[in-house]
Design a protein around this ligand. Sequence first.
Ligand code: AGP
Length: 606
Amino acid sequence: MCGIIGISSNKPVSTIILNSLKKLEYRGYDSAGLATIHKGFINEIKCEGRVNNLEKNVLTSKSDGLIGIGHVRWATHGAANTINAHPHSSEKVSVVHNGIIENVTILKKHLINNGHKFKSQTDTEVIVHLITEYLKTNNIKNTITKVLNKLHGSFALGIIFTDHPDLLVGARRGSPLAVGYGPNENYLGSDSYALKSMTNKITYLDDGDFCILRKDKVDFYNSEGVIINKKILELSKEDIDINKGDFKHFMAKEIAEQPNTINACIKEYINKLNNELSIFNFPWKKEDFNKIILIGCGTAYHACVIAKYWFEKLTNLEVDVDIASEFRYRNNRFRKDNLYVFVSQSGETADTHAALDLCNKNKMKTCAIVNVVESSIARDAQFVLPIHCGQEIGVASTKAFLGQMLVLYLITLKISKIRNEINDLQYANKICQLKELPELILKTLKTETKISSLSETFSNAKGSMFLGRGHSYPVALEGALKLKELSYIHAEGYPAGEMKHGPLALIEEGMPVVVIAPRDDHYEKTMSNMQEVIARGAKVLLITNKSSDEIKFDNLWEKIEVETSSIDLMPFLLTIPLQNLAYYSALTLGHDIDKPRNLAKSVTVE
Ligand code: AGP
């Protein structure tokens, strides 16, 4: 939820920190700040809002410090203002923090009783005062070991010291943190994205680790303060300077990229010569599991709900789906023939990672479907399936959602095949249908023009409903989430058959309702549900697919027809107009589309 950067160099660091914070803004942008050590003093600069607000202050301050830390914030404790912005500093120590300190109240009480004065409402400030206190009688390493063991909760920390201007400390528990290695300088960052523009040599800290980082060497320690060795990874060369190209927003670019990203993912898993689906090193045999449990948050959870329909249709497995923050506190039945699948774009979502940890502790089979293969969830799962959609910058997930659905569909086919629950002809047909998907998505993107003309109705509405049956129901959930998180207007995804059990009371004259109804087995019944809401004044936008026997409705507000694919693959196509509906509604409202208020790209706190 927050982004951290730290640098120790042989040249002034404030400008490099500033540029790195801009790359980290997708992790939070309520406020920003940096601190450097120069001539024995902490030079702290902070601001409310975006990193751009910080820039002018940094440039005028002409800070020449060769060591520093920086932070972009998503508020957990304390309002999103300058006082609560990080870094937090005493006279001798400055700290940036991503996470939540759960025993802040008792720690703060003791510190205040010992004469410490607090300036902010944050939990982080407690760490500053604890370190300051312990430094009076301990060296750096012992101070850090002792302080970290007093903290409950999660943290990724960057810490600098006036009395030690040649070093900075990084520490990790529950929130991601990495070290990067450069020429005559070394770096600390929340993730590889923050560091990739400076280096591709990365070390990931594990929970309990801390490091003492100098410009020419980095020492790592475990939670007892014992020195440990850590691997240096050389990350793949990716498109480091991600940019928007001709698009107004990253979200628009990422929606438009979907034919290519789906194509790239298909090429990774389907051999174009023999059409064989190759999921290399799949570690389990058909007798190893009889139940699949799919777990995720937000959009990733919606991909899991869609996949449940696929697993139920194509395999005889028992299938459960759960929201990670619910799963981790449930009285789960951990059986050895369960297979747990964790879906996460970032691979850093705290609840999903905690659910994975719980399964690992219970010695369960675990598989992760992620976009960031160097992420914590990828590292901690037994088996990893990347979605290969490239870095997704827009906080509202689009191309990653289709990538998650695709890999979930591929794993469904793979498991159905090894369990002999799909015959060779059906299997071959489904692989061929998949190969047509990128072209169908490309054609469906053309619905953008019409959708953009309808978006004003939604941006002016008090609220809206998204209805569907079968696997169009989770598509409705996703469409509603997209509209909510971008337009800040209430929208609800609901099973079309459920409206008469209460929510029909919400329908009033002129309320926009999106009905998602491809020409599948649920079509007729969904049309009846559509008439029920029209009869009560709803303005219905019907999302369906092109069909030779088109049915016309004279009381329909609007209709969007997506391309026609096999029924299995319709969720991919039905999602496209819903992504654009949310995008254009937010554009009409003038919202910050790539960084919607209150949200962040990677939710690394509970
Ligand atoms: C997506 O539009 C949302 N911003 C959000 O629900 C997201 O899907 C969720 O936080 C899970 O993130 P993850 O896929 O990185 O785990």
